[in-house]
Structure formats: C-alpha cells, structure tokens
Design a protein around this ligand. Sequence first.
Ligand code: BEZ
Ligand code: FE
Length: 292
Amino acid sequence: MRNFNENTITDAVLERIANAADPRIKQVSEALVRHLHAFVREVRPTQKEWEQGIDFLTRTGQMCDDKRQEFILLSDTLGVSMLVDAINHPLPDGATETTVLGPFFVQAALEKQLGEDISGGMKGDPLIVTGTVATPDGRPIPGATIDVWHSNNDGYYDVQQLDDIGHLAMRARFLADDNGGFSFWSIKPAAYPVPHDGPVGQMLEAQGRHPWRPAHVHFMIAAPGYETLVTYVFEDGDKYLDSDVVFGVKDSLIREYKPREPGLAPDGWQMNVPYYYLNYDFGLKPAANSAT
Ligand code: BEZ
Ligand code: FE
C-alpha cells in the first residue's frame, strides 16, 4: 500500500497494527492513532507549529531527572492525572475521596510518635492536626500507616530547599492508635505554585493560567486489606480552591484550619501562642477480594 493522503492515512496505520499480539496493546495503539490523527485534522498545524510541538515535548523530556518529572506535571496540569484518578477510584459512601500524589512525596520520611512536632524547626503558625482512620462504615483501623507532608508558610516543601535546611521537615509517618486515631503538630502550610520554570510553566502562561495550588496537607494512608488512600485536606477559604492548577480540589476534602487562642490544645498541650486546628476523619475503601 502506498500513495496515502489525508483521507486514507489513518486507516492505513490502523491496518498496519491490526495484528498486534497483545489485545490491550492493540486497543491502546488503535485509540492513540485515531485520536492523534483526529487532533491533527482538527488543528491543521503548519509544518512550523508541528516542529514547535515536537520541541515542546523534547524539552519536557529533557527537564526530567530523578528530582523533576515534567511529564507528570504536564499530565497534572492538563487534568489527565485527575481523570486517571477518577477512572480508577470509584468509591463507596464513607470512603475518602482521592487526589494526585504530586512530586513531593518522599519514601524515606521518618516514623514519628503520635502527637510529635514534625515542623523540623521551620518557622510558621503552629498547626495541630488530628483525625481518625476507619472503614467506610466507621470501624476504626488501628495501626494504619499515615504518611503526611506539606509546604511551609512560604509555600515550599523541604525537598525544594534541602540545601538551605539540610534535613527533611514537615513530613513524617505515623501509626494510628487502637482507636484508629492520630495527631501531630506542625506549621500551617501555604498555597504555592507548582514548579513553573520549565516547559509546563511556559504552557500555563501561554494558556493564560496561573500555576497555583490552594494550601493543603497531603496524606497517604495504608492498611492491610484496604486500598491505599492518596489525598489531601485543603484549607477552607483559600483563594485558589476554584482554580487549582492540577484540578485536584473536591468539596469533601476542604476543612477549616480553625484559628485558636492560647490555651489547652485538643491533645492536652498547653499552648501559650495562638495556633490553628485541623481535624479530618478518613475512610479507607476495602481492597477488592478482601474479607474486611
Ligand atoms: C502537590 O500537591 O504537591 C502537587 C501535585 C501535583 C503537581 C505538583 C504539586
Ligand atoms: Fe502539595
């Protein structure tokens, strides 16, 4: 077969991949070709625009290393990560909604005792975070592993400033107590822009978009027999709740970070400065084929 034109090339490519041995590879390849060709037919790029597109993807790849994943950021900012998340996390009532992991999770976060301060000496307004981990119908899950991480009051994560701070901070791993409960102290996080000094930042600017995420605390909660929950709790009232650059905000994940005057804190600590209080009760979805 030869002499393909605008009207015949798509079928020719589809025919060429029709014998793929793996049915899933065949399905994905066919859909990719159909949608890519439809995109090009709709946009009708000039040769120069097509080269610019290739250059954008090339620079996106070149920006990636062991600390920076520009392709995931591209997926996040185009809403694809949240679409994949939505497809893969249908939830029963009572299970906490999910969001994208983001680039700032660190496997090696220190295990801390419940109630500890995880701010790592960072300056900011004190914040106590309390909550529970339970099944969708409210049965506690003792011993659940709770990873938490968040930005500082300037909107930076420890890993973005490691050369200055010299150690990890504002992140830790806890184990839920016998009632599925947990609490810890840290500092109040701030809204922050996603890394926007690369191709994705240029794309956002060209699209007339800002790079900001509303303030949030990340949680990753795991327990045997349950799907691992990746989520955040956003600060009510944040000005970016309706324009989160990665489309991750859900009403059920917004809570007031309540301002409190000095006095007895919810965990019994005597606070002599004002602080903030955040509470969230999480529900874990039982894993498929689990007897829980
Ligand atoms: C974050 O919340 O840490 C994040 C998520 C997606 C992209 C960039 C940052
Ligand atoms: Fe974040």
